[in-house]
Design a protein around this ligand. Sequence first.
Ligand SMILES: Nc1ncnc2c1ncn2[C@@H]1O[C@H](COP(=O)(O)OP(=O)(O)OP(=O)(O)O)[C@@H](O)[C@H]1O
Ligand SMILES: [Mg+2]
Length: 282
Amino acid sequence: MAEDAHRNLIVTICSSKGGVGKTTLAANLGGLLADLGQRVLLVDADIQPTLSSYFELEHLAERGLTALMYDGDVDSCVSRTRAGCDIVLSDDPVGRLRDWILHTPDGRVRLRHLLEQLDFYDFIIVDTQGAVGPLQDAAVCAAQVLLSPIPPEILSAREFARGTLGMLERLRPMQFLGAPLGQLYGIINRMDRAGEASRIAEELKHESFAPSRGSIRILDTVIPASVAYREAATARMPIHRYEPARRGPMPSGRVVMTALVRELFPHVIVDGLQAEVQHGAT
Ligand SMILES: Nc1ncnc2c1ncn2[C@@H]1O[C@H](COP(=O)(O)OP(=O)(O)OP(=O)(O)O)[C@@H](O)[C@H]1O
Ligand SMILES: [Mg+2]
């Protein structure tokens, strides 16, 4: 994935639907990577600033995403969370960025080119709103890795695959503006019935079979449905800290998230963290 070891990796969490777990995933992934010693920047590219208020802040920057996009002024736009990652806050409640992106010649690729220069970070994780629009386009175009939570029912998973692949197809010409699309990974999220996950993964492989339409790689890691994810958000903590271990057949948040990092970013060493939680694994 990384030809240049010093380059940051830009990961955009996206889907063509709302409420599938994007913000939860962005926060938990960012928080874990930070605890694994990675330098992480979160970017809240949703006009509803859910990720912006997920973690408590240690330092509040004067400005946020609009200033970053308008004049690329990183210093005044980066806040710091108590979870160990930096964050560019969403500061655009009325959606001015939408029009700005539409009317600026490099609008949709500006975010990519700005973020690529932030090589202080190992990971930049961009959260998006679950609706097609110019800001979501800009966030998708910025990514080397696209990560989409998939609902755990076959019908909505199939609809999801069509919607998300369609969204990417529309943006494919951005490669001519120096923004080739990243690989799309799907992760089944909020799974409540064991066994169903493999059926959904199979189904989606067929759905994305046509090579002209690009493809989704369905990750083996599955995030179970658990109130712990909501509770961790209420406690303003990443799930691996909130639920380091648990009893019963369901894997703890820490086991799930470290499995995800291991699968998606094999170059990140998770063993130090993992060693302490073996007893929580199933
Ligand atoms: N694995 C999970 N198990 C149970 N609940 C979950 C899980 N993941 C997320 N949730 C809950 O689902 C709800 C929606 O999650 P979230 O806000 O992350 O979705 P979203 O895709 O960002 O939504 P939006 O499109 O509105 O931005 C939240 O209440 C969250 O706590
Ligand atoms: Mg969200």
